[in-house]
Design a protein around this ligand. Structure first.
Ligand SMILES: [Zn+2]
Ligand SMILES: [Zn+2]
Length: 354
């Protein structure tokens, strides 16, 4: 098998040959067809997340050992199963839920592997989908995505799932209320599409880039706010006097998260998803006085992934636009993402790999 690996933190990926692993008793081996490339892969390759105030959380300190085969939007064909696997058979096409936990704790038993205290995510703690083959620890992580174009379906495992779980954390949305989507890259565009698919129309797209705002408008955003003027909260109030009900922040920078307190109406919710990094000092009394909430959202559960797959299958949600590249272009793809040059999602196409 071939895979594009992080061999040294912060250094370019190397495409290398390995022995193709045999599945253990409950494991399933996937012959990869497609795997999306995520902006968080840029952070993984760098080896750390910026926590603000000069603090960093490094993957090495968290016990992630090199080499790392990234890729957490995998879709492929079952090509070998372990001796105790009866749920899937060889030849089946499956989308892989990559946010795998220990498999034994109370979170994992509820399908909330994404909250497991000792996770081993596919593409970070375990080898992922920038490869021709990968092992999935249990067939319960395989999801039927038939009826959806497979290259698009792969992007649901992270970008679709993350956007869906974040939007669901807003709870029931009054049709008269406004929801701002901050950051209109791949995640933001699918977030807007999900809001529309769930029946909500009062959507404000927020970004620094007019081209991305135009793409958001084409996806169904009713209004656009360019945040580069620095008066984002004022612009939200101009559209929704008193503030908006919801803000979903797919950027997660100090400048975007600082919209929460001045931008929300009383009872409003701010869902923080993006991992750009930084820190924030907030006036505490406003949380009680105005009953606003800041919620974090981290990818999503197995059930969330089944639900977003179903919404796409029914044609209610349009996945992000994609551009296909080869496994050998994985490194270039990360560099393009880092430089901010990508609209929609890059998907590696392994269907022509020997
Ligand atoms: Zn991702
Ligand atoms: Zn667990």
């Amino acid at each position: 098998m071939r895979s594009a690996d992080v061999v040294d933190w912060g250094r370019p990926l190397q495409v290398r040959l390995h022995d193709t692993p045999a599945p253990g008793p409950r494991e399933v081996r996937i012959r990869l067809s497609y795997c999306g490339v995520c902006h968080s892969d840029v952070h993984v390759r760098a080896g750390y997340f910026d926590m603000g105030g000069g603090k960093r959380v490094s993957f090495a300190e968290r016990g992630v050992a090199l080499p790392v085969t990234m890729g957490h939007e995998p879709l492929g064909i079952v090509d070998a199963i372990g001796s105790d696997v009866t749920e899937v058979s060889v030849g089946q096409t499956c989308l892989v839920y990559p946010w795998t936990g220990c498999g034994n704790c109370r979170f994992c038993e509820r399908g909330e592997d994404n909250l497991c205290a000792t996770p081993a995510y596919l593409g970070i703690g375990r080898p992922g989908g920038f490869a021709t083959h990968m092992l999935v620890p249990d067939p319960r992580y395989l999801i039927d995505s038939s009826g959806i174009d497979p290259a698009h379906a792969s992007t649901l495992a992270c970008s679709g799932l993350t956007a869906y779980a974040a939007v669901r954390k807003l709870g029931a949305i009054d049709p008269q209320d406004w929801v701002a989507v901050v950051g209109c890259g791949g995640l933001g565009l699918i977030g807007i599409s999900i809001l529309r698919g769930l029946g909500h129309e009062n959507i404000i797209a927020c970004d620094l880039d007019d081209a991305k705002l135009a793409a958001a408008e084409a996806r169904g955003a009713a209004r656009c706010v360019n945040l580069s003027a620095g008066n984002g909260a004022q612009q939200l109030h101009a559209i929704s006097p008193g503030g908006v009900f919801g803000i979903v922040d797919f950027v997660g920078a100090e400048s975007t998260a600082s919209l929460a307190v001045p931008g929300l109406r009383p009872g409003g919710r701010f869902v923080l998803v993006g991992l750009f990094g930084g820190g924030l000092a907030l006036p505490l009394p406003v949380f009680g006085m105005r009953e606003i909430a800041i919620l974090g959202s981290k990818v999503g559960t197995l059930q969330d992934l089944r639900e977003i797959v179903e919404l796409v299958r029914q044609g209610k949600v349009e996945p992000s636009p994609i551009q296909l590249r080869t496994l050998d272009q994985a490194e270039q793809s990360l560099e393009d993402l880092e430089a901010g040059h990508v609209t929609g999602r890059i998907v590696l196409d392994m269907t022509a790999e020997p």
